[in-house]
Design a protein around this ligand. Structure first.
Ligand code: ADP
Ligand code: ZN
Length: 768
C-alpha cells in the first residue's frame, strides 16, 4: 500500500458540528504546538459557544490552571459526535476564551494535518503551526504603502544624466519587474540601501505613489497580458489528457516527462486556465530557487489574479496574500514547498514543477514532502495533479510505469530546436600526462572564447562554494576540520577565513600546520571563488559573475544578477546548482560543467540520480535560441552511467539501469525508508541510545511480525555536526504503514536520556 491509499479515520469526518444538534454538553478538542501536545478536551463556556469553531485558536488553562497556553481547536464534540465516547465529560474543564473571529486554518485542511501527523509521526499541533504562516498567526495588519515605478521617460533621461552603475541597475530592475515595488522591495531586489533609490526619486527617474495595501491589485492591465502560444502536437496531446480529468472533476496524477525546453510551463498554464474557467483555483509549486522574476512574470502575464509566495515576503505581506487566497480572490498561487498549504477555497489543480527537486522535502519536523502532501490534498478534493520534470524522481517514474500515474511525454524541444550537443572532457588525461590540472581544460577555454566572440553567453556549473575546499599539510597530511563537525573546512578568499559549510563556524586561516608546525600549508579543491579568480585571469576582457549562496546572501541579489545576464552585461555566469534550474536564456550557447563528479561519490543511494539530474538540468540551459548551443562536461568518470546518460539526454537509459539496483537493495521506489537519527554531545551516550532504539525497533518488528530490514546502527556519514555526535539507523520496509507501526511501537514509552535528541525521518531525502 502506498501513501495515497492509506486509510485515515478523518477522511469521512462529519462537517463541523452545528450547535443546535447538541445535548447538554459540548467540548472543544484542542492541540498545542509545544509539549504537552494534547489533544485535550475542554468544556465550551456558554458565552463562547457561538465563537467556538474548528480551526480557531483558543486560550486554555493547563496543569493546575496557573498556566495558559494557546491551542488550536481541531474538533467540536457533543453527545452525537462519533468521538463522543472518547470525551471524559465529568472531568471537562472550561477553556478561557476563543482568540480568532475567523478560523485561522481552513477547517478542510484539518484532515490533511491529521494525515501529516500520522504519516510523518509528528504532533498535530506542530503540523498546524507549519501550515499557518507566522504573519497570519500574528494577524499582521494592513497599511498604506508607497509604491515605485520608473518615470515614463526614464530611458532618455538615463542616457542624458550621469548615473552610477548601481543607479542604472536599480532602474533596470524596476523597469523589468511586472508590478510596482515598494522602496524596501526594490532595495532588497537590487541589494542596495535606500540612498540611491531616493537619489533617483529626486532626479525624477523614479516616481512614487501611495496605495492602501488591501487595494493593491494583482491584475496586469489586459493590454499587457500575453496571448496563448500555439501548442505543438506533443503539448496538445498532453493537455488533452489533463483536460479530461479537470472536466470530470476527477483525481489523477500526471507525470509530465518533458526534456528541458520542451514547453512544460505552457502546458501548465493552459491546464490552469481550464481549472480557472471552472471557477477553481490552482496551486503551482516550484523549487524556491526557481521563484525568479522570470517565473513570476510568465504567470502574471497570463492570469488576472496571481499570488507569488516567496521566502522574502515579510510576515505582513504573507498574511495579506493568505487572506486574499482564503477569500477566493486569487486564481493561481505560485510558491515553494509550503504553498502546498495555501487556503484556496476551491482547489482545481496542483502543479509541481521540477518535481524531482529535493527542496520539496522539509528538513525539519514535520518532515513532509510537498509532493506527497499535494497528492493527499488532490485526492481528497478529487482534482488532478501534474508533476513535471526533465529528470523525474525514480519514485514518480516507477509509479508511472505501474500505472498509478499517467505518463505524458514531451520528447522534443519547442519549435524543433535541437538539444545541445554534449561532449565530455576526460580530466584523467591531463593528470596522467603529468600536466597540472587547471580548473578549466584547454578545450573548454577554447570553447568559451569561441562562444563569446560569436556573441553568445556562457554558464559554468561548479557545485562547491568557497575558494579551496581542502586545507592540508603537505608534510604530515593533516587536514583542517571544523572543531564541531566532521567536515573539512573550506577556505574563503573574502575575509581570508576558514568556514564550515555545515555549521558556519569560522576561524582564522593557519599559516602553519596545526599538527606538525610545517610552514607551507596547502590549499586544494576547487571552489567557485577560485574558479572566478581563474576566469578573470584567463579572460580579462570578459565580464564574469559568480552566483552562489555567498554572493547571493541579500534578498534580491539573485534577481539582479539574472537581470544583468539577460541584458547581456555579463559574458560568463558561474555558480553552484543555483544556476542549473529553470533559467531560459536563449543567448546561452555554451554550458560547461566544471566537475561533474562532485556529488557522484556521496554515501547516498541517490548520488547517481542527483548527478544525472544536475548535469541534465544545467545542460538544458544551452541552445534555447536560434544560435543553438553546446555543452562540455569535465569529469574524472566519463564512463559512469549517470554521466553517460546525462550527456545523451537519455532519462530512460538512466532509469532502466538505476531501477534494478534500487530493487535489489529494496530502496525506493521499491521499498519505503525511515531514518532514525540520534545525536548528543557525548558520543558514548548517543551510541548507546541509538543501540537501544534499534533494539526496540527489532522487538517491535518481531512482536508485530513485520518484514523490515534494519541497517545499522552506525555513525552517520556526517559523524559530528555542530558539536553533536550522530548515529543513525535505516529501516527498509515494503510499505509505509509498516514503518509507521514499528516506529510508533518502538517510541511509545521511550525515555530519552538527558543530552540526547532523536528524530524520525520518513521517506528521507538527506542521508548524511
Ligand atoms: P520547459 O519548462 O519544458 O523547460 P519552457 O516552458 O520554459 O520549457 O519553454 C521553453 C521556451 O519555449 C519558452 O520561452 C516558451 O515560451 C517557449 N514555448 C513553449 N511552448 C511553445 C510553443 N508551442 N511554441 C513556441 N514557443 C513555445
Ligand atoms: Zn561545522
Amino acid at each position: 500500500m502506498n501513501s495515497n491509499d492509506q486509510p485515515t479515520l478523518f477522511d469521512t469526518a462529519p462537517e463541523p458540528w452545528t450547535l443546535d444538534d447538541q445535548g447538554d454538553w459540548l467540548a472543544a478538542r484542542v492541540v498545542f504546538a509545544d509539549p504537552p501536545f494534547g489533544p485535550y478536551d475542554y468544556a465550551i463556556p456558554a458565552e463562547q459557544e457561538t465563537a467556538t469553531g474548528i480551526g480557531k485558536r483558543i486560550y486554555c488553562p493547563l496543569g493546575s490552571g496557573r498556566r495558559t497556553m494557546t491551542g488550536y481547536c481541531i474538533d467540536v464534540i457533543g453527545p452525537q459526535h462519533p468521538l463522543a465516547h472518547e470525551v471524559n465529560v465529568a472531568r471537562l474543564r472550561p477553556f478561557d476564551r476563543v482568540i480568532d473571529a475567523e478560523a485561522i486554518i481552513l477547517p478542510s485542511l484539518i484532515p490533511l494535518a491529521h494525515w501529516i501527523s500520522e504519516y510523518y509521526l509528528c504532533p498535530l499541533g506542530s503540523v498546524i503551526e507549519t501550515i499557518v504562516p507566522v504573519g497570519v498567526r500574528q494577524q499582521a495588519g494592513t497599511r498604506e504603502l508607497t509604491f515605485l515605478i520608473v518615470a515614463p521617460n526614464w530611458q532618455a533621461a538615463a542616457r542624458d544624466q550621469k548615473l552610477t552603475d548601481l543607479q542604472r541597475s536599480i532602474l533596470q530592475v524596476l523597469a523589468s519587474g511586472s508590478a510596482a515595488m515598494t522602496p524596501k522591495e526594490l532595495a532588497e531586489t537590487v541589494g542596495c540601501t535606500a540612498g540611491p533609490i531616493s537619489t533617483l526619486r529626486r532626479k525624477g527617474l523614479i516616481v512614487a505613489y501611495n496605495e492602501r495595501v488591501q487595494q493593491r491589485t494583482h491584475e496586469i492591465p489586459a493590454e499587457l497580458r500575453q496571448a496563448d502560444l500555439p501548442l505543438n502536437d506533443d503539448q496538445q496531446r498532453a493537455l488533452d489528457q489533463v483536460f479530461v480529468a479537470i472536466d470530470q472533476h476527477r483525481h489523477e496524477t500526471f507525470l509530465m516527462n518533458g526534456i528541458t525546453g520542451s514547453g512544460k510551463t505552457e502546458v501548465y498554464i493552459r491546464a490552469i486556465q481550464k481549472a480557472v474557467e471552472h471557477g477553481r483555483q490552482a496551486i503551482v509549486l516550484v523549487p524556491e530557487i526557481s521563484l525568479t522574476p522570470q517565473t513570476r512574470q510568465r504567470f502574471r502575464a497570463r492570469f488576472n489574479r496571481v499570488a507569488v509566495l516567496h521566502s522574502h515576503l515579510t510576515p505582513a505581506e504573507r498574511s495579506w496574500h493568505w487572506n486574499q487566497i482564503a477569500q477566493g480572490r486569487i486564481d493561481v498561487v505560485i510558491g515553494a514547498r509550503s504553498a502546498v498549504f495555501a487556503p484556496v477555497p476551491r482547489l482545481g489543480l496542483i502543479v509541481i514543477d521540477e518535481e524531482h527537486d529535493g527542496s520539496f522535502k522539509q528538513d525539519k519536523s514535520p518532515r513532509y514532502h510537498a509532493r506527497d502532501v499535494a497528492a493527499w490534498r488532490a485526492r481528497h478534493d478529487q482534482v488532478p495533479v501534474i508533476l513535471g520534470s526533465a529528470t523525474p524522481s525514480l519514485e514518480s517514474f516507477q509509479r508511472s510505469r505501474s500505472g498509478e500515474y499517467r505518463l505524458l511525454e514531451l520528447p522534443k524541444r519547442v519549435l524543433d530546436l535541437p538539444l545541445p550537443d554534449v561532449g565530455t572532457i576526460d580530466m584523467r588525461i591531463d593528470y596522467a600526462q603529468g600536466k597540472r590540472v587547471s580548473p578549466l581544460s584547454q578545450k573548454l577555454r577554447q570553447e568559451i572564447r569561441q562562444a563569446t566572440s560569436d556573441g553568445g553567453q556562457v554558464i559554468l556549473l561548479l557545485n562547491r562554494r568557497g575558494y579551496s575546499t581542502r586545507v592540508q599539510c603537505p608534510k604530515c597530511g593533516e587536514v583542517v576540520y571544523c572543531p564541531d563537525c566532521s567536515i573539512p573546512m573550506t577556505f574563503h578568499r573574502d575575509g581570508m577565513r576558514l568556514a564550515c559549510h555545515y555549521c558556519d563556524h569560522q576561524q582564522e586561516t593557519p599559516d602553519r600546520c596545526p599538527k606538525c608546525d610545517f610552514n607551507a600549508i596547502k590549499f586544494s579543491g576547487l571552489g567557485t571563488q577560485r574558479l572566478e579568480e581563474y576566469i578573470r585571469s584567463v579572460f580579462p576582457d570578459l565580464v564574469c559573475e559568480r552566483m552562489d549562496t555567498d554572493t547571493m546572501r541579500r534578498p534580491g541579489s539573485h534577481e539582479a544578477a539574472l537581470a544583468r545576464f539577460r541584458n547581456k552585461e555579463i559574458h560568463i555566469l558561474l555558480g553552484t546548482q543555483m544556476i542549473a534550474k529553470g533559467l531560459d536564456f536563449p543567448n546561452v550557447t555554451l554550458v560547461g560543467v566544471v566537475n561533474a563528479d562532485s556529488a557522484l561519490h556521496f554515501p547516498d543511494f541517490r548520488a547517481a540520480e542527483r548527478t544525472f539530474a544536475l548535469v541534465t538540468q544545467v545542460a538544458g540551459r544551452s541552445g534555447r535560441g536560434p544560435k543553438g548551443g553546446r555543452v562540455l562536461v569535465q569529469t574524472f568518470s566519463p564512463e559512469h552511467p549517470a554521466i553517460v546518460a546525462a550527456t545523451r539526454h537519455d532519462y530512460l537509459a538512466f532509469a532502466q539501469r538505476e531501477l534494478p539496483i534500487r530493487e535489489s537493495a529494496g530502496f525506493p521506489p521499491f521499498g519505503r525508508l525511515a531514518r532514525i537519527i540520534v545525536r548528543g554531545q557525548n558520543a558514548e551516550l548517543a551510541r548507546a541510545f541509538c543501540d537501544q532504539f534499534s533494539g526496540r525497533i527489532e522487538t517491535a518488528r518481531e512482536a508485530q511480525g513485520i518484514e523490515l530490514n534494519i541497517l545499522g546502527p552506525a555513525p552517520a556519514p556526517v559523524e559530528k555536526l555542530k558539536g553533536n555526535f550522530r548515529f543513525h539507523v535505516l529501516l527498509i520496509a515494503k510499505a509505509d504503514v509498516e514503518l509507521q507501526k514499528v516506529v510508533a511501537a518502538a517510541t511509545s514509552g521511550l525515555e530519552t536520556p538527558e543530552g540526547i535528541q532523536w528524530a524520525v525521518d520518513i521517506d528521507p531525502q538527506d542521508m548524511l
